[in-house]
Design a protein around this ligand. Sequence first.
Ligand SMILES: [Ca+2]
Length: 166
Amino acid sequence: MRFGILSLVLAVCGAAEVNLQPRAGPTCDPPFLIVGTSKCVLVNNISVGSWHDMKHYCALLGAQLVKLDSASDFAALVNYINGEGLTKAFYWIGASDETDEGEWLWTDLSPVAMGAPFWSPTGSSCSETEPKGGANSDCAALNPNKFYYFDDLPCSNTAGVICEKI
Ligand SMILES: [Ca+2]
């Protein structure tokens, strides 16, 4: 019975997974690839480091940590990660609340949308969403254990990165 309830919860949470096909769009200079309607991204699960390390890594490529403020671009990106088998890695993205706890900002200082469809469902009934890590978790990553929804983690954690050409 306990397993049955857990399965039900997982099924309900899993049903929220977005899975849209990427669309054709403008081209990008290699190694960046078009994902979604307009973003040129690089998904890197080989070079890993802290959030700040990987922010610097993107800057060296003339890029920034990816900004995901469009549900359709986010869905296309997750579909790309799954389709290319780039799974089992955490990926830093450009959202942080390091400056002011609870105030999530992209690296361009624009506000991060909270809740669905970006942040991972959490809690026993999936009725809540991340971020739940408080002052110890100030940087956001796509979490492979949570269908690549946003999750807040300590900025010093080691993870791969998604850069976006700017
Ligand atoms: Ca925080």
